[in-house]
Design a protein around this ligand. Structure first.
Ligand SMILES: [Zn+2]
Length: 126
């Protein structure tokens, strides 16, 4: 993939209240969409970041947390503008998924055809 991926990436919400610094686990090779009841509504492309490779630079107090179902996954979003920034995964709690569209300098269109993850039939439900 030709998308630039010089780490670390700056990730911002829309209003700028929240800023994260992230190092992608495997560039954009991990980019996924998901069809679970939550992600299908959110509609974002997520990329993987290892748990230790995400820092909240600004706005930790502006982040809201949403959990549902088994309450294992932790979905964070900006409480001011509502933009999803990152979530701690249920399928792998040692990983975050981060909003590819919120990475500075990245146009999600350049990611091409992004594969779909098993959301409706979640691996943890089998
Ligand atoms: Zn915001």
């Amino acid at each position: 993939m030709t998308t630039p991926q010089t780490p670390p990436h700056k990730l911002t919400c829309h209003c700028g209240a929240v800023e994260l610094s992230v190092k992608l686990a495997d560039g954009f090779n991990t980019a996924r969409r998901c069809d679970c009841s939550f992600c299908r509504r959110r509609g974002a492309i997520a990329v993987s970041v290892n748990l230790g490779d995400l820092q909240v630079v600004r706005g930790a107090d502006q982040l809201s947390l949403y959990t549902w179902g088994t309450h294992t996954a932790k979905h964070y979003f900006c409480s001011v503008c509502g933009i999803y920034t990152h979530h701690q995964r249920r399928s792998n709690p040692n990983e975050y998924g981060v909003n590819a569209g919120a990475l500075e300098g990245i146009n999600p269109r350049d990611l091409g055809d992004v594969p779909w993850a098993e959301g409706v039939n979640h691996p943890s439900d089998r």
